[in-house]
Ligand binder design. Sequence first.
Ligand SMILES: [Zn+2]
Length: 169
Amino acid sequence: MSASLELGDIFRAAGPAWRAAHAGRLPLQQLKVMSAIEHCRTAALGGHVAACGDCGHWRIAYNSCRNRHCPRCQGNAARTWLAEREADLLPVGYFHVVFTLPARIVKRSDRVKGFVVLPKRWIVERSFAWLGRCRRLTRDVEATISSSHAWLMIAHIRRVLRKINQTAF
Ligand SMILES: [Zn+2]
């Protein structure tokens, strides 16, 4: 085991028992991801010897799984992406507001069939439609809540910029 506990360590230690306990109920895709993370940077995937020509020091560098769900393989890409997004932030305070709409706004009548515009609910529906135009949000691929929030912000910023651009000319 490495100095800090990683997901691969947990999968290697508890994965076989967990898979046996859930045999036949796990999607193949999840099993493939688990297997990739378990074998990432281990002898199972092979590797190469990196040696210093001057001092003769050498070490074995095992191959990466390169699975997009692997935190080891995608960790640097995620940190780079986050640093780039942080560099895009304006030097102002940001606020994230989460609120619940009252039931009288969002509740549809039980007698209504099909799509009917409700007085205030249409604002919510329209906002969802705006977000639906952002292809990045059409699939649930976010690994963290913060990246999900960032993509929601980006979608809204894009929409506002598009609107400003339309009214400027
Ligand atoms: Zn990996």
